[in-house]
Design a protein around this ligand. Sequence first.
Ligand code: XMP
Length: 305
Amino acid sequence: MVDTDEFIEEAVARIDDQIGDSNAVIALSGGVDSSVAAALAYEAVGDQLTPVYVDTGLMRKGETEEIRETFSFMESLRVIEAADRYFDRLAGVTDPEEKREVIGDQFIREFEREARDVDADVLVQGTIYPDRIESEGGIKSHHNVGGLPEIIDFETIVEPVRDLYKDEVREVARALGLEEIISERMPFPGPGLAVRVIGEVTPEKADVAREACHVVEDELEEYDPWQAFAAVIGKGTGVKGDNRVHGWIVAVRSVESRDGMTARAQEIDWSTLQRIQSRITGENDDVARVVYDVTHKPPATIEYE
Ligand code: XMP
């Protein structure tokens, strides 16, 4: 990338131009891409921009509180508590792409209501270069690309980081002074923990995945992975105390990558893996087994669904 400060200056000027006197909205997801796009746009037009964060119940541990704190300087920030509505709609849905559709559709309902409320003509999006490539290639639907503009009729779409790779977005985040928890944050899929739970998404499975993801992120920080997380992949037998139980199987995954398009499973110390196992099974009586995924991408994808 060229000079970061120059990029910011030009991006802010361009956004200012594109938004003009209109009202704009952005879906803030907690990730670095939408955070950078929001910060650039807020710098350009202030409270003419309404950032909307929807708590779907499928977010990382503590994420909603972190968003409230990190973006407390944006007076126009809206935090929408929508977990019950998501879980209601996800009941009985097991197909991965159908999950994405339901989540994307519910998101549009939540977002559209807020966009209408502030009379927004402009949509700001945190789409980055690899999102566009993967969507164009039809590998997987990314609900942060395409969905919103097709359904809600905005006059203008502003994508300030559309030509950047993730590492470049992080550089911009640092230069903007965004907190480390945002600038260094691992990518998190749009559908959230729903793609880290195989089969039906229930509040219980989402909770198991959330707590386990937190343990994995915490224990593997020193490996500096592109992404490290846990997924609930099924049920199996185990022994807890004197009882034979039928508990959750949690898979741990940690990968290196530049852009998410290919990835290598990381080699992790046995002692670290054992600590992760003992924390995850110790903190939750309903987890019977923890496994480590050694598969690269390809042939696997990074996420489980
Ligand atoms: P996969 O699993 O396809 O993931 O190897 C590549 C990168 O994309 C993220 N990912 C998603 N991001 N919506 C998103 O916004 C999605 O539906 C989605 N599926 C995967 C994944 O976390 C990884 O960083």
